[in-house]
Design a protein around this ligand. Sequence first.
Ligand SMILES: [Zn+2]
Length: 76
Amino acid sequence: MNGKSEKKFLTDYRVNFGPDGNIISVEIGCCGQRIGELRYKDGARRSCPLCGCVHNLIIQHNHFHLRRMPPGESEA
Ligand SMILES: [Zn+2]
């Protein structure tokens, strides 16, 4: 709990492309910090050490999702 002051919990996804245009990885920023990098692979996930949110990469046919799940809601 941080009292009344509302912090800016910046979430940022940066997608890295290779020279041939393929996605290689996704860098994740959360809580205004860079928390790590996901390999571009279905099911890759990384949790934020600050807020505990889990960032999950889901790859489907011709697109992908990046989901940010609050702690506790990240069921298997
Ligand atoms: Zn966070």
